[in-house]
Design a binder for this molecule. Sequence first.
Ligand code: URA
Length: 240
Amino acid sequence: MRINKYIAHAGVASRRNAEELIKNGHVTINGTVVDNLATQVKASDRVEIDGSPIYNEEKVYYLLNKPRGVISSVSDEKGRKTVVDLLPEVRERIYPVGRLDWDTSGLLILTNDGDFTDKMIHPRNEIDKVYLARVKGIATKENLRPLTRGVMVDGRKTKPAHYHIVKVDKEKNRSVVELTIHEGRNHQVKKMFEEVGLLVDKLSRIRFGTLDLAGLRPGEFRKLSKKEISQLHNAAINNK
Ligand code: URA
């Protein structure tokens, strides 16, 4: 197996991150630095990243209802609670598929499968990520329409999105809008609403491809079934 694939399979990094690690000289096979992405790994080889050995584990997939106030990473240098801390009995080295902000709640998949992660987060595969946003102000078709064509976020136009106005509360001057996107850029949903003049004050992800949060309260998690995993694979439009 090629070295970049081997690292992704081991769940240590996505395939793209694995390539960076290799190119930057962090990876050794049997003690020798490899910087060629095409290098083949044999079952008997000892592969290390910055001196720590990596092993190919069984692939596992979990669905978490992330509460607010938890960060979407594997560890935190300030010792804050991470999403991985919420699944203490999982022994494999899982990490989140994409990120939700500290103050965003909702659906998050965690896995040690780098190829699966790449497939789920790449915008060309058009996996729906559905968010429920409470925004300050009155949402109308007119002010939301630009979201369906794309708005400028961090100097780049977003891909067309779908919206559905769930509720408008004129008295409290706020609205609830469902937004479906295929990308996962930093703070993307908040920034998209900001572009159309609406500030998000509460955000939750309610759907990811074929998955929703039925039966899971904030902080709860469960294993995905084989069927659910294959449905997610099938939801990718560039299915390979
Ligand atoms: N968009 C955001 O702004 N925040 C998230 O957590 C997810 C998507």
